[in-house]
Design a protein around this ligand. Structure first.
Ligand SMILES: Cc1ncc(COP(=O)(O)O)c(C=O)c1O
Length: 557
């Protein structure tokens, strides 16, 4: 009797352990399937591989023919390069000189400078085509450098510049007037904050608001609160999506420590929904709606433009469908759905991505343009998620403060921004927003195509990215030709062009003209010469061989 009971108990224990292991294994397999198959989807692996890539560079004579171009093409390229170099030296002397003075003392500048183009080309480019880091004035849709050169601004100031720089100058000036008497007093609020909060509640359709100093901080706070209220550990982000530079949202390369409580899943995939459906440790899902333009791809900087595989295509209906399904799973599983609208908020619609895609989030972060030209991060959320303490458990708090939160000057500029959103001129800009920008993109694409240039643009409203239609190692050179034509890009180069909505059709026509002229000059200088046998895959294989050879030579040496 006793022994059969023991046997039974052992069987039961064994069966229990087996079931638990199988459940864990199933969940592990589901998680693996929920990841994107690229390296960005496998952050640990990406970090390990990145750590194995050694530095090497193309010195002068290889620089112009890494793709095996014939000698005459290499000569054309070199002539073009030297011509640009002379033009830069002649046109931007003061701007470049001051850049040289500060370069070694501003770490940010050294970083952006080094990662403007693929690293193998970087040093040579920096030496001969220095990127001037200063501007002294802005007006309309242009900025002016220290030498008096005027550029059409395609940087959008990282997305802050939605309505034109003059608009923000006014927001700052009028905002300052409103709070001048108080000055920079922190702690107690300037009364202007009350109206800001009301307007933000109306825009976000959420109950409460908290103010922060940057988009990164707003995202941190959203995730922190989601963890606090759900009592779960993990956040889900989608492959390639940027949510600021805080560790937990940077799970791959770029973060010195692994983000252990982050799952990076495959965007717009059934497998990802399955993970959300099955796991019990997920506190929140972060969505950066700009990914609708290039799901699962990293922010498209030119430093990763090693071939022409960058691709982008915006399918609004597909993204609406995806968000609706995501919303349903999150609601069912008690997972907090956070829209990170730091970039797209106000840009795609006054009510942001929630309005544009017709899906409501539990929390929304804003930033950039909302500060009316001053630094800000804002979190809006449901009342029950925003609370930082429990009535019944006084020691159980979710701490978040910040010296400069709700700074009167920021609140003043934000107030101007929010009030002006209601003006007829600004409302009119939203009337045919997507049609206007998609028509302009199509117009430019037609011209590029008609001239036989291997360049096309893709857009999500006023957010554009440049794609290249034939395999090449030199696409990143386009940013230098664009500058020579008086078009200013941010340090990520042709990966992201951001237009402000005050671009008239006439302004845009000039930009299109210059864009085509830049691409034409680049083509004439031979950079897009291509061996018919070259493919994006063969380019990547070649680079891999170079990396391995470099590693081996460093072992030998
Ligand atoms: C979607 C998104 N979230 C967060 C951030 C971080 O904002 P900030 O640079 O103000 O910290 C950015 C910045 O580009 C962003 O685009």
């Amino acid at each position: 009797m006793n022994s059969s009971f023991t046997t039974f108990a052992l069987y039961a224990l064994g069966a229990g352990a087996l079931t638990t292991s199988l459940v864990k294994l199933k969940s592990r397999v589901a998680l693996s399937k929920g990841k994107h198959r690229s390296l960005s989807g496998h952050s640990r692996m990406a970090r390990r591989i990145a750590a194995m890539v050694p530095y090497y560079e193309y010195v002068e004579e290889r620089f112009f023919r890494v793709d095996g171009a014939p000698a005459d093409v290499a000569v054309r390229r070199e002539d073009g390069f030297r011509r640009l170099s002379r033009l830069y030296a002649k046109r931007y002397p003061k701007t470049v000189q001051l850049t040289d003075v500060v370069k070694d003392s501003i770490s940010d500048l050294q970083f952006t400078d080094a990662y403007r183009v693929p690293f193998q080309f970087s040093r040579f480019v920096r030496t001969h085509l220095p990127a001037p880091a200063f501007v002294q004035a802005s007006s309309g849709v242009t900025v002016t450098d220290l030498d008096g050169n005027s550029f059409y601004d395609l940087t959008g100031s990282y997305g802050v510049n939605l309505f034109g720089y003059d608009f923000y100058k006014q927001c700052i000036e009028r905002g300052m007037e409103q709070v001048r008497e108080l000055g920079p007093v922190l702690g107690p609020y300037h009364p202007v904050i009350a109206d800001n909060v009301e307007r933000l509640r109306e825009i976000s359709k959420l109950d409460e608001v908290s103010f922060h100093m940057s988009g990164t901080e707003a995202v941190m706070q959203a995730v922190r609160l989601a963890r606090y209220h759900t009592r779960r550990t993990h956040l889900v982000r989608f492959c390639g999506a940027y949510h600021g530079w805080w560790g937990d949202v940077q799970s791959g390369v770029g973060n010195p420590v692994p983000a252990r409580e982050t799952y990076t899943l495959n965007d717009m995939s059934e497998d990802a929904l399955r993970v959300l459906n099955n796991r019990r440790d997920i506190a929140c899902v972060l969505i950066n709606p700009v990914q609708a333009l290039h799901p699962n791809a990293d922010a498209p900087g030119d430093s990763s433009l090693i071939d022409s595989s960058r691709s982008a295509h915006f399918d609004k209906a597909a993204y609406v469908d995806w968000l609706a399904r995501l919303r349903a799973v999150c609601s069912r599983r008690g997972i907090v759905l956070i829209f990170d609208e730091v970039f797209v908020g106000f840009r795609v619609a006054i009510g942001g991505a929630q309005e544009y895609f017709g899906v409501r989030a539990d929390m929304v972060t804003y930033g950039k343009t909302l500060g009316g030209g001053l630094p800000v991060g804002v979190l809006c959320g449901h009342k029950d998620l925003m609370r930082r303490f429990h009535e019944d458990w006084p020691a159980d708090i979710c701490f978040a403060r910040g010296t400069f939160n709700s700074h009167p000057y920021v609140m003043g500029a934000m107030h101007e921004f929010l009030c002006r959103l209601d003006s007829p001129e600004i409302r009119a800009l939203y009337a045919e927003l997507d049609d206007v920008w998609s028509r302009r993109a199509a117009q430019l694409n037609e011209r590029l195509h008609a001239e036989g240039l291997p360049v096309q643009v893709a857009n999500l409203s006023s957010i554009w990215t440049v794609c290249y239609t034939q395999p090449s190692r030199y696409n990143w050179m386009l940013q230098f030709y664009l500058r020579a034509e008086g078009l200013a890009l941010s340090w990520v180069g042709t990966g992201r062009l951001i237009f402000s909505l005050n671009y008239t059709q006439t302004d845009f026509d000039v930009v299109a003209e210059r864009f085509v002229a830049a691409a034409r000059a680049m083509q004439q200088d031979g950079w897009w010469w291509a061996d018919p046998a070259t493919t994006n895959k063969s380019i990547r294989r070649l680079i891999l061989r170079e990396i391995i050879a470099q590693r081996l030579s460093s072992y030998r040496g």
